[in-house]
Design a protein around this ligand. Structure first.
Ligand code: SF4
Ligand code: FES
Length: 234
């Protein structure tokens, strides 16, 4: 079948205004949007810029706006989207080139919530044990692949780029509710900051955008509840 793509293009230096380019490619209905982008890059316009790595919904590098929704290009089948397929970079991040956005700030916020196990006690001889019910408590937020789809679909983030954003809160949740972790006080202090969870207005865009099906809004709500329980409120 013939597929029409409309792609928002921007120069690396941002020297010229963004423009729309249209491409026609041959594809199977079961091909992915990522396959079509490759067909353009390999056979029509080698200057088209986009990120990808795994090609199978695991690395999170090819999140982009597809027909107005943040999606992973490697997970969207051509047969499931109306044409022309309109493709833009995620909103709210600086565009480096075409569909490639600057994610430095995004990963700085990820690092800010200390996304690793903090345990003061000496390591046991074998692993730190945990009951299945304790593991279940944060299972949902372990699924995050740091694609940025939630944060860049959040109006609170668009309005205030200082906001940590849903993805960083999801990462904090994963450790805060881990029975083996002892970094709750450090992380909740960061999350209670004026750029932390209270910027969330429970809009649910993040949950809708997440390609891993994580209930992001629920996770943020659980962090808010915990802060209230700890007597913290902004
Ligand atoms: S929570 Fe979902 S949308 Fe947000 S960064 Fe993680 S995987 Fe991507
Ligand atoms: S290329 Fe890795 S998630 Fe799509």
């Amino acid at each position: 079948m013939r597929v029409t793509l409309r792609v928002k293009r921007s120069d690396a230096a941002g020297s010229a205004p963004a423009r729309w380019d249209q491409f026609e490619v041959e594809a199977e209905p079961t091909d992915r949007v990522l396959d079509c982008l490759h067909a353009v890059q390999w056979y029509q316009d080698g200057t088209l810029g986009f990120r990808r790595s795994c090609g199978h919904g695991v690395c999170g590098s090819d999140a982009m706006l597809i027909n107005g929704r943040n999606r992973l290009a490697c997970k969207v089948l051509i047969q499931d989207v109306p044409q022309p397929i309109v493709i833009e970079p995620m909103r709210g991040f600086r565009v480096l080139k075409d569909l490639v956005v600057d994610m430095d700030e995004f990963f700085a916020k990820y690092r800010a919530v200390k996304p690793y196990l903090i345990a003061d006690e000496p390591a046991p001889e074998r692993e730190r044990l945990q009951r299945p019910q304790e593991r279940e408590r944060f299972d949902d937020t372990t699924k995050c692949i740091l694609c940025g789809a939630c944060t860049t679909s959040c109006p609170s983030f668009w309005a205030n780029k200082e906001y940590l954003g849903p993805a960083a809160i999801v990462q904090a949740h994963r450790f805060i509710f881990d029975s083996r972790d002892q970094g709750k006080a450090q992380r909740t202090a960061i999350l209670n900051d004026k750029s932390g969870v209270w910027r969330c207005r429970t809009i649910f865009n993040c949950t809708e955008a997440c390609p891993r099906g994580i209930n992001v809004t629920k996770a943020i709500g659980e962090v808010k509840k915990l802060l209230l329980k700890m007597g913290r409120r902004g």
